[in-house]
Design a protein around this ligand. Sequence first.
Ligand code: ADP
Ligand code: MG
Length: 293
Amino acid sequence: MKIAILSIEPTLYSTRKLVEAGVERGHEVEVIDYLRCYMNITSMNPQVIYMGESLEGFDAIIPRIGASQTFYGTAVVRQFEMMGVFTANPSQAISRSRDKLHCLQLLAREGIELPVTGFAHSTKDIDGLINTVSGAPLVIKLLEGTQGIGVVLAETYQTAKSVIEAFRGLDANILVQEFIEEAGGADLRCFVVGDKVIAAMKRQGAEGEFRSNLHRGGTAKKIRLSPEERSTATRSAKAMGLRVAGVDLLRSNRGPVVMEVNSSPGLEGIETATKVDVSGKIIEFLEKNAQKG
Ligand code: ADP
Ligand code: MG
């Protein structure tokens, strides 16, 4: 097969490992900087042009679209879709996954358990908003944050109110969420490929930190999921329309609740913690699905 990895960071662990895994399995793999692609949107003959040449003959793409490049990145993925190229993740599913609110709305519709979450536009409704999640302590999140930045734990009603006002004053979109205290600063990253969880790790936040993000100093180790956790993860990826996804769960008193679903989950943390060849599994998935056309 001829595979394109859409990434602006060829030296990143995830990109390098995907290239290696593809080449090892006898494929031709190219890393394409999607920001350098331009498109020809002619009727019946869609094209992607890269460094002056039309990209042709690709069987599959693996989009690794950065959080700050969703708009242009998904436009390039869509163009490949128009050309009939199989994509590890559809453009629409990537767009949805980037908006935490949209993501939670889709999961809720499927009956998937979530932390109680509220969203409002106007600061006039702050009291009501705080009440929807039964008051403090509560978590406040920027709608488009990543790596734990823009996630705040407000321990009291007053803190909650002033943080919400501050964010709204900057015109930032936020959601408020029930704080799952019993998770103990840990979450589960379930790596889904196709309709299976192929690897899972537990991330534990640094001492005194409720955010488990590895970028915030968290540590990770391999974990065995319960059947319920497993099915929650695969159902979540499916609800989002993602074929490759990192589904993050919290262990709450009422069972697993989904926090978010990532469409370009990093490979380094999960491969290191679990020793599973995640990149190889992604390539295998393409082999099984792309050739079917
Ligand atoms: P990001 O996209 O920035 O990673 P998340 O929504 O994943 O944002 O939140 C970052 C971390 O904060 C999570 O990994 C989790 O450890 C913690 N966290 C987020 N929401 C909650 C919550 N409702 N209850 C308890 N901990 C939470
Ligand atoms: Mg997260």
